[in-house]
Design a protein around this ligand. Structure first.
Ligand code: ATP
Ligand code: MG
Length: 236
């Protein structure tokens, strides 16, 4: 699904260059759930932004779903983002004036999907994360965990090839984090490919493989068994 080779990212190359990634090589198979850990500043978010086609590498190759994306133009990247990538952020990034339903519909608006189908698919995605009873609520009228559920629904509504999550539980308490991780686990069971950044080992253990970053390099890898959801699945 993802093949990355010698990926380098240098910010501000002509000022005082920051070598955020110094040559990362990794392959991620379809249906894998990979967690990325590492100290602050080790390049985790930089790597996620490249995987998510939000930015382009200084050098190296990135093949997503059979396509080389590292040399694409801005317009081509926007299309790939819209079709193949779902992104979940620590801060939710929902539009404050829109309802949960409108927020989830938005990627479909950009994709040119008609009104009726848009609503149907957004409702399905909200149902999947257990938010069908709050579709008219705006972000300020929802809890942190509920907002993150809406954000996950928005990330899923396009049926992306990969789901990327940069510290999705960073703003949540441990109980709510567990609920959110149970959603990721059920998506993993449905064969969604997931890459998730976290500072917490407990969260990383939900994945099937943990990559450890250090100073812009892949320091080591370890297998992870995948935590069993603590909440019965029918409640997710
Ligand atoms: N837009 C940018 N311009 C210049 N330097 C940047 C930019 N974004 C990140 N950096 C630098 O690149 C390095 C890697 O940052 P990155 O955000 O990828 O780290 P991280 O592992 O996600 O850290 P954290 O755990 O704190 O989120 C840091 O030294 C950071 O200061
Ligand atoms: Mg980060």
């Amino acid at each position: 699904m993802i093949q990355v080779k010698d990926l380098v990212k240098i910010y501000r190359p002509e000022l005082n260059p920051v070598h955020a990634l110094r040559g990362i090589s990794v392959s991620i198979e379809p249906g894998e759930f990979v967690a990325i850990m590492g100290p602050s500043g080790s390049g985790k978010s930089t790597f996620m932004n490249l995987l998510g086609c939000l930015d382009t590498p200084t050098s190296g190759s990135y093949i997503l779903d059979g396509q080389e994306v590292s040399t694409m133009t801005g317009d081509q990247l926007a299309e790939i983002r819209n079709k193949k990538i779902g992104f979940v952020f620590q801060s939710f990034n929902l539009l404050p004036r829109m309802s949960a339903l409108r927020n989830v519909e938005l990627p479909l608006v950009y994709a040119g999907v008609g009104k009726k189908e848009r609503r149907q698919r957004a409702l399905e995605a909200l149902e999947k994360v257990g938010m069908q009873d709050r579709i008219d609520h705006r972000p300020a009228e929802l809890s942190g965990g509920q907002n993150q559920r809406v954000a996950i629904a928005r990330a899923l509504v396009n049926n992306p090839a990969i789901l990327l999550a940069d510290e999705p539980t960073g703003n949540l308490d441990s109980r709510t984090s567990e609920e959110i991780m149970n959603i990721f686990c059920s998506l993993h069971k449905e064969k969604t490919t997931i890459v998730l950044v976290t500072h917490e080992r407990e969260i990383a253990l939900y994945s099937s493989r943990i990559l450890h970053f250090r100073d812009g390099l892949l320091d080591k890898e370890e297998a992870s068994v995948g935590n069993t959801p603590a909440v019965p699945e029918e409640k997710i």
